[in-house]
Every structure is written in structure tokens, then in C-alpha cells.
Design a binder for this molecule. Structure first.
Ligand code: IMP
Ligand code: MG
Length: 181
């Protein structure tokens, strides 16, 4: 793990290692494997941030009779939420009577999650579960609580393992937090 990561004039320090992430992915994967027993779920990966987490999680869950679909939403600029959630790519998969598992990278204000769940429920799924790698409960503006969260973290800006700063540094294997002044 690199000691510090510099991007766009900001400095980030180590926060969660790849091993810690993997342990939590295993824990959540096991819960979902049990909770989805006998189901043919649709995993809905929220682009762009959740692509790495989703890839690891769906392999960990290990249900072969599943489908994977993608939606794309954006709400962030730089290191803070704009308060406006934009759907950039909608769902094309038929999810009628399906158990849908939304896989997100991070829940911050909860606005993206809330908008997305409203959109999904209009398409008549049998059930909707919401999984997130990270949850910042103190940032909530909606009272939204994910069904599964790998980590609860304080309201600080983080990068890596799919999470970006203006589109960059998603490739980092570990998670880094912005350095305090
Ligand atoms: P919310 O709608 O405020 O809950 O924000 C959710 C979205 O904002 C996530 O899907 C991320 O794309 C982005 N986001 C929130 N916090 C962070 C962060 O600390 N680092 C990178 N992206 C973030
Ligand atoms: Mg996102």
C-alpha cells in the first residue's frame, strides 16, 4: 500500500487495506448467499464507482443462476455532493418479479440511493435489496439506511477500490482518505 497518494493537488493517506476490504466482502457475500437461497437474483451494479466492489461481491456470493445489469448515476463534483442526482444510463433488463440487489460503492447523503430505489420499484421487481461498500451515516440527508454495508465511516472524502476524485484513481487496490490539514 502506498503511503500517500497525490491527485489534483490533494493528498490522501491509507484508510482501509485490501485485506480488510476482502474480509468484509466475504462477510457480506456470505449473508447474501444465505438470504438469496433459491432465488435467481439480478445484481444491479451502479456505475461507475461500484464496478470493482460488484465484481468481487458477485463472485463471492457464488450464485450461478444470476444476471448482472448496470445503471449509471452521478451526483458528485470534486469532493462534495451537488445535491442533484442525474441518471446517466437507465435499466434495460426486465426485472419484473425478480429479486434485485443494488450494488453501490458509497452512501453519503442517501439521495442517489433513494432516487434509484424509486426508479427500480416502478419496474415491479419481487424485492429490492441495497448493498453498499461504504456508508457515511452522519452525512445522511434522507434517513436512508442500506440493507447491507461493509463499512460505516465518518463523513470524510475517500478514494480507491472504484471510488474516484473527478474520475481518477479508481484503480487503487486500497482505500485512502483525504489528509486533514
Ligand atoms: P449520495 O447521493 O450523496 O449518497 O452520494 C452517493 C454518490 O456520491 C456515490 O455513489 C459516489 O459516487 C459519490 N461519493 C460520495 N462520497 C464519496 C467519497 O467519499 N468519495 C468518492 N465518491 C463519493
Ligand atoms: Mg457512485
Amino acid at each position: 500500500m502506498d503511503n500517500k497518494v497525490k491527485v489534483d493537488g490533494l493528498t490522501f493517506v491509507p484508510y482501509l487495506t485490501r485485506d480488510e476490504i476482502q474480509k468484509q466482502v466475504e462477510r457480506i457475500g456470505e449473508s447474501l448467499r444465505k438470504d438469496l437461497e433459491g432465488s435467481s437474483p439480478v445484481f444491479l451494479c451502479v456505475l461507475n464507482g461500484a464496478f470493482i466492489f460488484a465484481a468481487d461481491l458477485i463472485r463471492e456470493i457464488g450464485i450461478n443462476d444470476c444476471r448482472v445489469a448496470f445503471v449509471r448515476y452521478a451526483s458528485y463534483e470534486g469532493t462534495s455532493s451537488t445535491g442533484h442526482v442525474r441518471q446517466l444510463t437507465g435499466l434495460t433488463e426486465d426485472i419484473t418479479d425478480k429479486d434485485v440487489v443494488i450494488i453501490e460503492d458509497i452512501v453519503d447523503t442517501g439521495l442517489t440511493a433513494q432516487t434509484m430505489i424509486e426508479d427500480i420499484k416502478k419496474k415491479n421487481p419481487r424485492s429490492v435489496r441495497f448493498v453498499t461498500l461504504l456508508h457515511k451515516p452522519e452525512s445522511s440527508k434522507t434517513g436512508f439506511t442500506p440493507d447491507y454495508a461493509a463499512f460505516e465511516i465518518p463523513p470524510k472524502f475517500i478514494i480507491g477500490y472504484g471510488l474516484d476524485l473527478d474520475g481518477k484513481v479508481r484503480n487503487l487496490r486500497d482505500i485512502y482518505v483525504i489528509e486533514e490539514e
